[in-house]
Design a protein around this ligand. Structure first.
Ligand code: CMP
Length: 500
């Protein structure tokens, strides 16, 4: 140890040695810019040490000896702090990263360094400067009391912060609920923990508060999380029908997990509605508001299509009549529109007005919300759809890659003719874009039309052939593109590794 000190003193006492040391440090700092994975050095402490040593060298010999001693003590403290910091980086931080596969928590690091720095300062001041700081602090009762009182809250926060680091009730990135606040943990500091809310606001909670209060961690033990939605349905709706309808909805939202499966339970028979609870799991608490809103939207459309009403308090029979009347009027209006709409559909051009009216009276009116699936690729189906309002995307899924959009259909386009005519499963997924109203014509109703007007099936067959050819062309093009990308990548891999 003494030998090391002698060497250091010799080196530090020589201007050339100091210059070489400065050059080495600067070179390392530049290298660190190019290779950030190299371990960092405490550059500011090293530069401070060099600066103090240079000052010692250039000061005239006549300068007061006490100034020399003060600068020498400061230089010693700087180099020893730098050493402690370096040992901490190379030994403790590397060990932590290797053992726990994470970065050492900031509080633990700061505390460790603060204690080491304090010990070094006390020793150097005592041995080299001749000042006993411990004696000074302990004998000054007033100073101790002042420091103690002033630091009471801060110390409480620091210890609470330390206990958070040790206990790991939450980690950075976890979603936690504290009191009425819910947020993502974006910082665990000395004094406070920072949460970012769904509204992009920052909540700063003192660590002592968090240590005292119940904190709910939505990201532990796994990021999987359950969402429960209560829905009131009319008394006339059978629970099994409601259950099937809501579970079908869950299969259409890809963010809802298949395992554990969604469940629908009747939870209450209320004054005017049966309350059912839909519970499903999803993987990221951060999407909760958006997912909830999306599922709530879909519930409205799905229940409406299934003929299940969401009732509201009915206090007067008169009101109910008005509501029913309005509903029937709306339905009759859409049906009237349907009769005139069917005139515009090219495939139905050969139909006589009486046929169109029969068709309009027999069809079902279905409404879909944004992103909802009207028909799903691979599912059986035997109805034809005519778009009355809105737009639908037609997508084809292939074994590889995301679905390909092959067409966008708008009023008065039709779809679903392929399964209807061939009995094959649906060849594509048709998805509503925004709010869409479609007319669904089932097989029985359509058979009567085809028997009376065989030319309709010829037009349908021609459309079917054109669409199939277009779809096959697009899927084939996608395959060719994928093959081209794969062969390009293969070439790059081969040239990178120098393969033949
Ligand atoms: P079907 O197979 O019964 O169900 C999916 C429907 O998507 C299909 O009938 C067609 O009506 C429609 N469809 C398939 N491919 C295309 C395409 N290339 N252009 C327009 N519509 C299509």
């Amino acid at each position: 140890m003494e030998m090391l000190r002698t060497i250091m003193v010799d080196v530090a006492g020589h201007p050339w040695a100091l210059l070489i040391l400065a050059a080495v440090i600067i070179c390392y700092q530049i290298a660190l810019l190019k290779a950030p994975r190299l371990p960092g050095l405490p550059f500011s402490l090293l530069y401070l040490f060099l600066a103090l040593k240079f000052v010692c060298l250039v000061l005239p010999q006549t300068t007061d000896a006490r100034i020399f001693t003060a600068i020498a003590v400061a230089a010693d403290v700087a180099i020893l702090w730098a050493g402690a910091r370096l040992i901490f980086t190379l030994v403790v931080e590397s060990w932590w990263a290797w053992q726990r596969k994470t970065k050492i928590p900031r509080i633990t690091r700061d505390l460790f360094l603060a204690v080491s720095y304090a010990i070094i300062l006390l020793i150097v001041m005592r041995t080299r400067g001749g000042v006993n700081l411990i004696g000074l602090i302990t004998t000054s009762a007033v100073l101790t009391a002042v420091i103690g009182l002033a630091a009471q809250n801060t110390l409480g926060n620091i210890f609470a912060g330390l206990s958070i680091q040790m206990d790991h009730p939450f980690r950075l990135g976890d979603w936690v609920e504290y009191g009425n606040n819910t947020g993502k943990v974006v910082g665990i500091g000395w004094a406070a923990t920072r949460l970012k809310t769904f509204d992009d606001e920052m909540i700063i909670v003192p660590n002592t508060e968090i240590a005292k209060t119940l904190v709910k961690n939505h990201s532990l033990p796994t990021p999987r999380h359950a969402m429960k939605i209560d829905i009131g349905v009319e008394y006339g709706a059978a629970p099994e029908h409601v259950r099937k309808t809501l579970l079908l909805l869950c299969t259409q939202e890809p963010r809802i997990l298949k395992e554990p499966p969604p469940v629908v339970r009747v939870t209450n028979y209320g004054d005017f509605a049966i309350t059912c609870q839909l519970r499903f799991f999803y993987n990221d608490f951060g999407i909760s508001p958006e997912l909830r809103a999306n599922v709530m939207d879909r519930i409205w459309y799905t229940l409406r299509r299934a003929g299940i009403k969401i009732p509201f308090p009915i206090r007067d029979v008169h009101h109910r009549h008005i509501e029913r009347k309005a509903e029937m009027e709306e339905s009759a209006r859409i049906r009237d529109e349907a009769i005139s709409e069917l005139d515009l559909v090219p495939i139905l051009a050969p139909l006589l007005p009486a046929d169109r009216k029969r068709l309009a009276l027999g069809l079902t009116i279905e409404e879909y919300g944004n992103g909802e699936i009207v028909v799903e690729q691979g599912n059986p189906g035997d109805s034809l759809y005519i778009i009355h309002r809105g737009v639908c995307d037609v997508e084809i899924s292939t074994a590889k890659g995301p679905p390909v959009k092959v067409a966008t259909l708008a009023r008065p386009a039709f779809f679903g003719e392929m399964s209807l005519l061939t009995g094959e499963p649906r060849s594509a997924t048709v998805r509503s874009v925004g709010h869409t109203i479609v007319f669904s014509i089932d097989k029985e109703l359509f058979r009567d039309i085809l028997l009376a007007h065989p030319e309709v099936s010829e037009v349908l067959a021609a459309t079917l052939a054109t669409r199939q050819a277009k779809t096959m062309g697009m899927v084939e093009r996608r395959r060719e593109e994928e093959a081209k990308i794969a062969s390009g990548l293969l070439g790059r891999i081969r040239s990178f590794f120098g393969l033949a």
